[in-house]
Design a protein around this ligand. Structure first.
Ligand code: ADP
Length: 341
């Protein structure tokens, strides 16, 4: 294709403007010129001028389109590592900044997708591992029983109760997995209303009294103002307290577990404090991650799934609040959160 024809194709979009402008000039020349010869000479000059104009406009447009095409190709072929490497020149400045922000957004989207994919893979790995542990244990006990231990009165009940303990762990895990997937996929419906704190908390603490007694741990529920009403999802807050109190008992060998509700302006703070093993500074930042446990074996032996605090954090955040924790290894831990009054 000749260069002129190519430039013509690029300047085609302006043809209607060229034609109307050209026609006006021809008409004016026709009116003003006193002889046909003069008119044809001027007409020839106008045609040459317009051919040059079309050629020059087409050339400029072609250059700009090529620059844009190259930038797009380079982006597609991952030639840029940062948006600052994209250069379209002064005349295409606005487009350049649009392409740069598009590039940045795509880069961020890809990074987020990769992170999500990694989190998903890690989560699946963790779930399979967590499932495998109790299933292998149950299989092992049942196999030993089938191979004859069932008739050995010294061990048969022990093995059965151990297998039963692991089925409980499996059940806990399944429930927590259902909860966490409902929460994280946004399917957990919350139902917020006002409820009386004292009426709400009394039976929850009562439910744990026996467990604490068995471990010889004191269970103290401090006085709550009888008329105190708080705003939240009762069922989910019950789940939070159940988790925090059961953790407090699980990770305390001696001393006490205290539950307090304190007024803090328009809010009230619910505190679960224990005198248990405590959590070191380095673990404190991670205990709310899914499947993070300070001591895996200890957590499993007391029926922990490693998901409890992740669920607690989600629920409290859904109440526009935050779960706070203070702890000293060997001295105990204190978990607390605010609820609107
Ligand atoms: P788990 O089911 O293992 O208890 P959680 O998500 O409830 O999982 O807690 C995560 C980890 O945080 C626990 O494994 C334990 O190491 C630590 N933890 C939680 N609560 C306490 C507590 N009250 N005292 C000491 N450690 C705790």
């Amino acid at each position: 294709m000749s260069r002129l024809k190519e430039n013509y194709l690029y300047s085609r979009v302006f043809i209607p403007e060229f034609l109307s402008f050209g026609l006006i000039i021809i008409l004016i020349t026709l009116i003003l010129s006193d002889s046909f010869i003069k008119f044809f000479i001027i007409l020839a000059l106008i045609i040459i001028f317009f051919i040059r104009l079309i050629d020059s406009v087409g050339r400029k447009r072609k250059t700009q389109i090529r620059i844009i095409q190259k930038a797009i190709d380079d982006i597609r072929n991952n030639m840029f590592s940062s948006p600052d490497e994209i250069k379209l020149g002064k005349q295409l400045f606005e487009l350049e900044s649009d392409i740069k922000s598009m590039f940045l957004k795509t880069q961020n989207d890809i990074a987020n997708l990769k992170k999500l994919e990694q989190v998903r893979t890690e989560f699946l790995g963790n779930v399979s591992h967590e499932l495998r542990t109790p299933i292998f244990a149950i299989q092992g006990y049942l196999e030993t029983l089938l191979e004859g231990a069932i008739d050995d009165n010294r061990v048969n009940k022990i093995f059965l109760s151990k297998a039963f303990h692991h089925t409980n762990n499996l059940n806990n895990l399944l429930h927590d997995l259902i909860d966490i997937s409902m929460i994280e996929s946004g399917q957990m419906r919350m139902s917020f209303r006002y409820f009386n704190m004292k009426d709400f908390i009394d039976p929850i603490v009562q439910d744990f009294a026996l467990l604490a007694e068995e471990k010889h741990i004191g269970m103290i529920l401090h006085e709550i103002r009888p008329k105190l009403e708080v705003f939240g999802d009762k069922t989910r807050i019950k789940q939070v307290l159940t988790n925090l109190i059961s953790n407090a008992i699980k990770y305390t060998e001696q001393g006490k577990v205290e539950i307090m509700v304190l007024d803090e302006g328009k809010f009230c703070r619910i505190i679960v404090r224990d005198s248990g093993i405590g959590i070191s500074e380095k673990d404190l930042g991670r205990i709310f991650e899914r499947f993070y446990r300070v001591d895996k074996d200890r957590s499993r032996s007391v029926g922990g799934t490693g998901l409890g605090l992740a669920i607690v954090k989600h629920i409290i955040e859904a109440h526009n609040s935050r779960i706070d924790v203070k702890s000293s290894p060997g001295l105990g831990s204190e978990f607390s959160f605010l609820l609107k009054k």
